[in-house]
Design a protein around this ligand. Sequence first.
Ligand SMILES: C[S@@+](CC[C@H](N)C(=O)[O-])C[C@H]1O[C@@H](n2cnc3c(N)ncnc32)[C@H](O)[C@@H]1O
Length: 220
Amino acid sequence: MLNAYGRQMTESEVAEGVHRQFVGGLWEPVGHRQFEFLVERGLKPSQRLLDVGCGCLRGGIHFVRYLDPGNYYGIDVNASLIQAAERFELPAAGLTDRCPHLLVDGQFTFTRFATTFPVAIALSVFTHLPANSIERCLVRLAEVIEPGGRFYASYFESPRPHHVEPLAHPGGVRTHCDADPFHYHFSLFPFLIEGLPWSVHNLGDWQHPRSQHMLEFTRK
Ligand SMILES: C[S@@+](CC[C@H](N)C(=O)[O-])C[C@H]1O[C@@H](n2cnc3c(N)ncnc32)[C@H](O)[C@@H]1O
């Protein structure tokens, strides 16, 4: 594990709701905003959605409720977060009969779902990944996103290319581009997809409470 998400939640932490803080807090606003965003971009209940780094379903709960049963697919490296979703969040929301597909996998092996997707999202995931893990994610996603399909990924924007000075992070913390939470300049992403069947646009501000920007990748 390369980031803080290697730590497993204990059962008592999950019972106390610590898992909601562990994925970044702001449970309601960030959960709602990612759901509203994809609906604004045209997500339909009849479509399969891949939620990359789904955590304990901060957004997933809303997607599972909205999508036709069986159309939500979530994958995460942290087994305890998937368990918190299965044992706590889905029952609490009365959504266990909606048949979400949840998988523990840290290598972005999306083919394990044995299906393809018109839409995928990675919310607050690139913010915790080094660039070579983002590259792996994009390579693996190209195998399962349908032609014309979209992948939305939020990220923290660094002020300019080659920026190496400390950055002010929401909450007043000082951080560096090359430490978790990672900050990237948009120019990295066209570089990462060179030779891959993707195009990428920066959608910029999308009203994320911590000012993450949003990338839109389109599968060629
Ligand atoms: C800030 S949380 C966001 C979770 C979720 N998207 C949400 O909005 O609540 C980041 C998530 O990315 C997951 N993650 C980090 N590296 C990963 C990897 N290599 N593969 C899958 N998930 C990963 C973490 O375990 C964590 O659940």
